[in-house]
Ligand binder design. Structure first.
Ligand SMILES: Nc1ncnc2c1ncn2[C@@H]1O[C@H](COP(=O)(O)OP(=O)(O)OP(=O)(O)O)[C@@H](O)[C@H]1O
Length: 757
């Protein structure tokens, strides 16, 4: 690097950038006098010549910047690595080529508006990610700018010191990517802004106003890219969207913790990240116990009862056809709001019943039913108040006229007195009656409207046989009907619902009661999206009333296939108007040797998902170790120690089910007394421990070395087991081992022998 002709220039640039950052940081912290003095010192310390004047100027401007605390904090962090790339770009309209340095956030010279660092999310930075050298164009503010890139350079900067830099051209492979992939996993998502690849960049920057569905192979960067898209979204639409309006849905809390590590870096930590189960609980405030899809999966795996009615019912409740059942139910419930009686006070009609019904059906049709009810109450209250005044005036006038008549028309004093007293009393009584009636009439009328809560609505759908039959019959067969009702009613006796009922709750909540504005996300990101049922998508779409979904998943990893999405087409055809659909085929996590084995399983799956293409990185072939051999545990310990010595950091023992994991833990704990952790759903991973976890919890995670273990539960040659195995096999970065009784425990008998040892 030191012999490179640009070495000095690069060194100077880094020194200047750091000095500039220091000035900006100091400007926020220090008083102006001290600042001037400090700047003077910094300028004197900079000994590069040509551009020093320009730099001095820039430094002098740095104190005008006003920054938020957060920006300042970011700047401090970034000082260690201000930028990671540079482009030399000649825009057609400009007289000469310009140099741009690209980093995680932008920094501008206040006076000239020239970028000192260009944000990776800015339109111009797209040029770095897309294509290679030569003619390129980029879009900003609806305009296309043509130009030419003559240089793309990557930097490796550590603790503020330039370690290395190299140029990318058509022939050189992406060294930085290779280097980054060869590192160890430390239970967190890596920083990848500097190595985002072209196909990934397309996902990040795809039209932000449209929903996007991404089918991506295991390890293709779906999670990472989805989060970068969030960051890009917030940057590009910062004036319109706030991070709080963003909802990120992940499969479990463990995964959320894992994601959160990367969120602050991307500036999206204020987004709400949660699971679908927790989100529905928050929004609907239901108090049922939820039997999760994970529990169901475990039951299936541990009891082998795959034709369980529970699975069939879950599949029915998640299916697209269930929406018509719910719509029919909602329609039935709607009829109860058609209250058509007039409102009268003192015998006068004050509101026409037809008008009240019309308010519900037409005027407030855009509102949820109970919000309409509330509006109607408001309108009726004000109508009654207004009309009451008129009635009182009319009545008063009527009695006053009669009084006049009595006073001036009745000659007999006694008669007159009686008549006047009578009229005065009558007037008083009538007016009081009107006042009294007016006070109560609206409340009394509103009682004619239904008044149930969400739980009651949910129960009623199943408990009221006539309604149930009416709404379900057109869609389901008799036996399906019976199973659905029987299963749900049994659940309800135990105050329990299935995870698949949550979509019903959210759907009903949205239509009947509406969603509190605090929970109304405008943009939704769904990871591991293949595991959501169609109705879960429908319920979110309906509840949040937005099309802005980023949906990433992999059908080959659909281990909840009894309820999950059968294809992405369903979303494309039935849920969104014209979503973008993109695929990510290259896989970055694991080595060619491991992927070669995992890819074999895809041949046997019913979904036609393309095979993952590993980025060129070789490693050891996966190895099978027999548990029949005496002393295999001691060998395992030795293997572990040797890998540790080699610098391998994270290890996982993965079992098919929770039960299997308990066996793994119990058996191996004596061999790793202080270094093994059996992971539960609510627990955090302890650093430096070997993690024992079931496949469903390993989703989305990665480890340097993964050992699949089968004490009791082997994998069978059918769809679910192949998917489970595929998920497990694609977790390691570097090493994959199988520990079992025979090769067939891991379906290795269906995989060419040459691919493993
Ligand atoms: N462009 C990239 N540069 C460097 N590393 C990358 C890049 N893209 C992805 N990776 C790395 O590849 C690994 C897999 O990424 P990620 O977990 O986002 O993939 P995924 O598609 O969600 O995987 P899975 O579906 O198997 O859970 C991570 O370690 C990530 O940092």
């Amino acid at each position: 690097m030191k012999n490179h002709p640009d070495y000095q220039e690069e060194l100077d640039r880094l020194t200047f950038t750091k000095a500039y950052m220091d000035s900006v940081i100091a400007a926020q912290e220090t008083d102006q006098e001290t600042l001037k003095q400090r700047q003077q010192e910094t300028v004197e310390a900079l000994d590069f010549k040509d551009s020093s004047l320009k730099y001095q100027d820039m430094l002098a401007h740095s104190n005008f910047m006003k920054m938020s605390k957060e920006q300042l904090e970011n700047l401090r962090k970034l000082r260690k690595k201000p930028y990671f790339a540079r482009i030399n770009y000649h825009r057609k309209e400009k007289p000469e080529e310009e140099i741009f340095y690209i980093g995680k956030v932008s920094l501008f010279d206040r006076e000239t508006q020239q970028p000192i660092i260009l944000d990776w999310r800015s339109p111009l930075a797209n040029v770095y990610y897309e294509g290679r050298l030569g003619d390129v164009s980029y879009e900003a503010h609806g305009e296309t700018y043509e130009g030419n890139v003559s240089l793309k350079r990557q930097y490796s900067i550590e603790e503020g010191e330039l370690q290395d830099f190299r140029d990318i051209d058509i022939t050189t492979k992406d060294d930085l990517l290779q280097e980054s992939l060869s590192q160890n996993a430390d239970h967190r998502l890596n920083e990848i802004v500097s190595t985002i690849q072209e196909e990934q960049n397309r996902v990040i920057r795809a039209d932000l106003r449209k929903p996007i569905i991404v089918q991506g192979a295991a390890g293709s960067g779906k999670t990472t890219i989805a989060l970068h898209r969030v960051s890009y979204f917030l940057y590009t639409l910062k004036d319109i969207f706030h991070p709080e309006e963003m909802l990120i849905l992940a499969p479990n809390r463990l995964f959320i913790d894992y994601m959160k590590e990367v969120l602050p870096e991307l500036g999206v930590d204020k987004a709400r990240s949660t699971t679908y189960i927790d989100f529905v609980k928050l929004v609907t405030k239901h108090s049922f116990h939820v039997r999760t899809q994970h529990e169901t999966l475990m039951n299936v795996l541990e009891s082998g009862a795959e034709d369980d009615a529970r699975l069939e019912v879950a599949s029915l409740k998640g299916d697209a056809s269930f929406q018509s059942i719910l719509d029919r139910y909602v329609n039935e419930m709607k009829k109860e709001f058609f209250v058509e009686e007039d409102i009268t006070i003192g015998g006068f009609r004050v509101v026409n019943g037809k008008k009240i019904k019309r308010m519900f059906i037409e005027d407030y049709a855009y509102l949820p039913f109970y919000k309409r009810k509330k509006k109607i109450r408001q309108v009726l209250t004000s109508d009654v108040r207004r009309k009451k005044k008129v009635i009182i005036e009319k009545l008063s006038k009527k009695y006053d006229d009669e009084l006049d008549k009595a006073l001036y028309g009745i000659k007999d004093a006694d008669k007159r007195k009686r008549r006047v007293t009578f009229l005065l009393d009558k007037k008083e009584e009538k007016l009081q009656e009107v006042e009294k009636e007016a006070k109560k009439v609206v409340s009394a009328h509103m009682k004619k409207f239904p008044n149930y809560n969400l739980t009651q609505y949910f129960k009623r759908m199943y408990q009221d046989e006539a309604i149930f039959e009416k709404v379900v019959n057109p869609t389901l067969s008799k036996p399906q009907n019976q199973k659905l009702r029987h299963h749900t009613m049994t659940n309800l006796k135990h105050k329990t619902i299935d995870a698949e009922d949550l979509a019903t709750l959210l759907y009903l909540q949205a239509i009947l009661f509406g969603i509190e504005s605090d929970f109304k996300a405008k943009k939704v990101v769904m990871d591991e999206a293949q595991d959501y049922s169609f109705m879960e998508f429908v319920s979110l779409r309906r509840a949040l009333n937005t099309e802005l979904f980023t949906i990433v998943g992999d059908l080959a990893q659909g281990i909840y296939q009894y309820r999950g999405l059968p294809s992405w087409q369903l979303l494309q055809n039935k849920l969104f108007t014209s979503p973008n659909y993109l695929t990510l085929q290259k896989t970055y996590r694991t080595t060619i040797e491991i992927m070669n084995v995992a890819n074999e399983l895809l041949n046997y799956m019913t979904e036609s998902v393309p095979k993952a293409e590993p980025v060129v990185r070789h490693g050891d072939k996966p190895v099978f170790y027999s548990m029949e051999q005496k002393g295999w545990e001691t060998e395992l310990v030795e293997r572990y120690k040797s890998l540790k010595r080699k610098g391998v950091k994270t290890f996982a023992f993965i079992g098919k089910s929770k039960q299997e994991c308990q066996l793994i833990y119990d058996h191996l704990q004596p061999f790793f007394p202080d270094t093994i952790q059996l992971l539960g759903e609510e627990e955090e991973m302890v650093t430096d421990k070997i993690i024992v976890l079931p496949i469903y919890l390993s989703k989305g995670l990665e480890f340097d070395c993964v050992s699949l273990m089968s004490f009791q539960e082997g994998y069978h040659f059918h769809e679910l087991d192949m998917k489970l195995l595929y998920v497990a096999m694609t977790r390691p970065l570097h090493y994959l081992y199988f520990y079992g009784k025979q090769y067939s425990d891991f379906l290795l008998d269906h995989i060419p022998e040459a691919k493993y040892l």
